[in-house]
Design a protein around this ligand. Structure first.
Ligand SMILES: [Zn+2]
Length: 428
C-alpha cells in the first residue's frame, strides 16, 4: 500500500501487515497500522528495516522481541556474534604487518586507507575473535540464538548484518570502517553495514573507538587506591577502578552472589566501595558492615533526581551503626563518567576481552533524551548496569580525598567531612 496518511490506513481492516523500511514511516502511521489488526484472529505482523537511532523505529520493536542473533562457532569451540565482536573479528594484512582491525589505530595521514587499497596493499579477512583462526561466514557453522528466550511467545526478532553478505568482502568492510571518520559516517557504517542502531554525537556519546584501552590487563597494585562500584539487581554488577585503570569487570548471580561479591572485594583489597542501595538495601548495608571489619570503607550511593543537589551524610544513625551515604544527581554522575572516558582519563582493560566488550555495550546504552520538562537526561530502563557500576566507582574515587576515606571515623559526620575549601575533586 502507498501509505501517506492515517486515513489511508483506516480504510482497510487487516489480518496481516508486512512493513518494510519502518524507519521512514511516521510513528503515528505504524500505530494506526497495528490498530487495524485488533479485529483479526491472526494479527500477523512483520516489520523490516535498517536501524537508525537506538530505541527508535525498528530498534524499539526489536527490543521487545526475543532478539535472535546469528551465532557462529569456531573450531576452537568459541562462539561469537559477528556484528557484536566487530572490529575484533577482522584481520587486516598490510605491508609488513598483520593486525586485528580493532588494533589498527588509523592509518597515517600521508597513507590513507584509500591509497592503500588502490595499490592493492591492504586485504582483510574475517577471523574468530577468540583464537583469530580465519573463517568464511558463508561456509561457517552457525545457529540463531535468542538473547531473551522468555519473550519468544510475544515475538521473534532477527538481527541481520552485511558482514556475512555475499556481495561485500571483508576487505570492503574494513576499508569502509577505516574511512568512516566523521560522526555521520560512523553512524552510517553502524546502521547500514553492521546493521546496528547507533546515534553518535551528543545523543549516544560513547563510541568504542573513542575509548582508551590498556594493552594488557593491569594487575592490582596495593600501593595504589582501588575503588569498587556495585550496581544492585538480580545480578550484581561490579567494576573496580585503580585510577586511571579499570582492573575488574564482574557479575555475580545466584544465591551466593553477595558472599562472592564480598570475597572478591576482599581479594582486591579495595580502598572504598560504593554500592547502589536500591532495590536490596539490607543486603547492601550488611556487606558494608562486614567490609568495615576488614578496614574497607563502604558507602551507599543513591541516584538523586536530576534537579537535586549532591549531598553526603549518614543513615541509620539512630541504630548505633551509621552507614555513609552519597546522593548524587544521576545525569551529572553519568556525564562525569562519559567525559572522563572520552578524555581517556579512564583506561579500560584490553579491548578484546569479553568483560570489556560487555562494559562498552552497557555504556553504549547511555542515550541522552529530553524529558517532559525539557531537561536533558539519560534514558532509563536500558541495559546499562556495568556502566552504572563504573559511575559509582568513579564517584567514590572522587569523594575519597575530601571524605578522608583513608581513615575509619564513624564519629560525628561533621568530622568526617573536610572543610568546603578543601573540597577539590580528585582529578581522574
Ligand atoms: Zn576460534
Amino acid at each position: 500500500m502507498g501509505l501517506q496518511t492515517e486515513a489511508d490506513v483506516r480504510s482497510f481492516p487487516l489480518d496481516a501487515i508486512f512493513v518494510d523500511e519502518v524507519e521512514t514511516l511516521n510513528p503515528q502511521l505504524t500505530e494506526a497500522l497495528q490498530e487495524r489488526l485488533y479485529h483479526s484472529h491472526l494479527k500477523w505482523q512483520r516489520w523490516f528495516s535498517q536501524p537508525t537511532a537506538v530505541g527508535f523505529g525498528i530498534d524499539e520493536k526489536f527490543q521487545l522481541t526475543d532478539q535472535r542473533h546469528q551465532v557462529f562457532k569456531c573450531k576452537c569451540g568459541g562462539e561469537f556474534v559477528m556484528e557484536e565482536s566487530f572490529p575484533s573479528c577482522v584481520l587486516v594484512d598490510a605491508p609488513g604487518r598483520r593486525v586485528l582491525l580493532s588494533e589498527w589505530h588509523g592509518t597515517p595521514p600521508s597513507d590513507p586507507a584509500s591509497d592503500l587499497q588502490a595499490q592493492g596493499r591492504i586485504t582483510a579477512h574475517y577471523c574468530c575473535p577468540k583464537c583469530h583462526h580465519s573463517f568464511n561466514p558463508l561456509e561457517a557453522t552457525w545457529r540463531w540464538a535468542a538473547k531473551y528466550p522468555s519473550r519468544s511467545a510475544t515475538g521473534h526478532g532477527y538481527q541481520l548484518t552485511q558482514l556475512y553478505s555475499p556481495t561485500l568482502t571483508a576487505t570492503d568492510v574494513a576499508l569502509m570502517y577505516l574511512r568512516a571518520q566523521s560522526p555521520r559516517a560512523v553512524e552510517r557504517f553502524y546502521n547500514s553495514v553492521l546493521g546496528l542502531p547507533y546515534l553518535g554525537g551528543d545523543r549516544q556519546p560513547i563510541h568504542p573507538d573513542k575509548l582508551a584501552y590498556a594493552e594488557q590487563l593491569v594487575a592490582r597494585n596495593t600501593e595504589v587506591a582501588c575503588y569498587v562500584g556495585v550496581d544492585v539487581g538480580d545480578t550484581l554488577h561490579m567494576v573496580a577502578l585503580q585510577p586511571p585503570h579499570v582492573i575488574a569487570i564482574e557479575q555475580f548471580r545466584g544465591s551466593n552472589k553477595w558472599r562472592e561479591l564480598f570475597n572478591r572485594i576482599l581479594a582486591l583489597r579495595a580502598t572504598a566501595v560504593a554500592i547502589n542501595a536500591m532495590p536490596y538495601k539490607d543486603s547492601a548495608k550488611d556487606i558494608i558492615k562486614q567490609l568495615k571489619q576488614h578496614n574497607i570503607y563502604g558507602v551507599l550511593i543513591y541516584d538523586a533526581s536530576d534537579a537535586a543537589k549532591s549531598s553526603v551524610g549518614y543513615e541509620d544513625e539512630g541504630f548505633g551503626e551509621p552507614i555513609r551515604r552519597i546522593v548524587y544527581p544521576r545525569v551529572d554522575m553519568m556525564d562525569g563518567t562519559v567525559n572522563a572516558l572520552l578524555r581517556n582519563e579512564i583506561i579500560l582493560p584490553p579491548r578484546r576481552s569479553e568483560q570489556t566488550e560487555q562494559l562498552v555495550k552497557h555504556l553504549l546504552n547511555y542515550i541522552t533524551e529530553v524529558d517532559e520538562q525539557g531537561n536533558r537526561t539519560y534514558a532509563r530502563g536500558r541495559e546499562d548496569h556495568l556502566g552504572r557500576a563504573l559511575d559509582y566507582a568513579r564517584t567514590i574515587a572522587q569523594y575519597a580525598l575530601p571524605l578522608r576515606l583513608a581513615h575509619i571515623d564513624y564519629g560525628n559526620p561533621q568530622n568526617w567531612l573536610v572543610p568546603e575549601t578543601a573540597h577539590k575533586p580528585t582529578p581522574l
